[in-house]
Design a protein around this ligand. Structure first.
Ligand SMILES: NC(=O)c1ccc[n+]([C@@H]2O[C@H](COP(=O)([O-])OP(=O)(O)OC[C@H]3O[C@@H](n4cnc5c(N)ncnc54)[C@H](OP(=O)(O)O)[C@@H]3O)[C@@H](O)[C@H]2O)c1
Length: 320
């Protein structure tokens, strides 16, 4: 090979190296740019209804206007999550899906218009919109999007685990008190005059957390004066503290419970609203209610309204 031929050979080789190197560098830069917009995270997926959940990966979503991205530290699973995994309730058409609709954590990123209402790093909790078509708002992943108007700041004396359980209880109580699935009382924000003070509500299963939150809200926020609770007596101090008028021992004979409730209520016709937070059968509730006028039984478990109406035909029984 002559010197000129050797130079030409090296130039061609250099050019090939440059092209290969150029392509490699471009690919790296491109993947870095693409990667910046699509961090991935771990998430627990339902891939198939009726099958065990599995760990997978998905892109970390970006918050849009009115939204925040939350680094999730606690998530709550509820009965509807297991009905979803087992039977496809709410999730049938959206697979693969991530479960968990209540969560707590810290704000990782703010949507364009959310500051100054919230700041990066703030501890918050909230609940997702079950209608969300993607898993972006689900709790069982490292980062979730929530609407800024469906979160609250976590009080310093609450752990993230504790606060993640609040939304479902608060939502349940609101539905129980103010909607057609519950007592249909006039909500304070409707600003219609309503005599809360003179109402009587009997709370069965009052040892539950749901019942204690209900009683606190009904007495301290609404001003209902007569909340008659039935629970194990170990709950007495806690129930009186949240505003219960009295605590009747749920382990007493049924006749005795009925008699005591009617004495505290003044007369049987005052017992027209009962919330049962624990039972799966509602014989006691039906026996307590007035037979003389329309009444409401609101339950946190499935209720057989026809069976209740065998005892109290004027009772409307609903699950919230
Ligand atoms: N549908 C909804 O939207 C909704 C929302 C929230 C909760 N829930 C459901 O409501 C129930 C209560 O939830 P929670 O977390 O508040 O309960 P929890 O705090 O775990 O309740 C435990 C208490 O329930 C009481 N209890 C157990 N069996 C009872 C019975 N047969 N009769 C009367 N009281 C009984 C006991 O109180 P004593 O100390 O008196 O023995 C026990 O200490 C759960 O089944 C939950 O799934 C439903």
């Amino acid at each position: 090979m002559t010197r000129a031929e050797r130079l030409q050979f090296w130039n061609v080789r250099n050019l090939s190296y440059k092209i290969v190197l150029g392509v490699l560098v471009s690919a790296l830069v491109l993947s870095a740019i693409v990667g910046m917009g699509s961090r991935t995270q771990n998430a627990v997926f339902v891939y198939e209804v009726g099958k065990p959940v599995r760990l997978g990966q998905r892109v970390v979503p970006s918050p849009k206007a009115g939204e925040v991205l939350i680094k999730v530290t606690a998530a709550q699973l509820l009965p509807h999550d297991s009905y979803g995994r087992d039977r496809g309730v709410f999730i049938g058409e959206k697979l693969p899906i991530v479960l968990g609709s209540s969560l707590a954590g810290t704000i990782e990123e703010l949507g364009p218009d959310v500051a100054p209402d919230y700041e990066l790093g703030e501890r918050v909790f909230g609940t997702s919109n079950l209608q969300c078509p993607t898993p972006d708002q689900a709790g069982l992943q490292q980062y979730a999007i929530l609407q800024a108007d469906s979160i609250g700041r976590t009080p310093s004396n609450f752990s993230d685990d504790e606060v993640a359980t609040l939304p479902i209880n608060v939502a349940t109580i609101m539905i129980a008190l103010f909607t057609k699935f519950g007592f249909e009382l006039s909500a304070p924000w409707e600003e219609k005059p309503f005599d809360f003070a003179s109402q009587t509500i009997v709370v069965l299963g009052a040892g539950t957390n749901a019942a204690k939150i209900f009683t606190r809200f009904a007495t301290k926020q609404l001003g209902i004066k007569n909340i008659i609770t039935v629970a194990s007596l170990t709950n007495t101090a806690a129930l009186l503290e949240v505003g219960a008028t009295t605590v009747i021992d749920r382990h007493a004979p049924e006749d005795s419970i009925i008699e005591q409730v009617h004495i505290v209520a003044g007369r049987i016709d005052n017992v027209a609203m009962i919330i049962d937070c624990a039972s799966w059968e509602h014989h006691l509730a039906a026996s307590l209610l007035t037979p003389n006028k329309p009444s409401r039984l609101v339950t946190l478990h499935r209720v057989n309204e026809a069976k209740v109406q065998e005892t109290r035909p004027l009772c409307r029984a609903t699950l919230v």
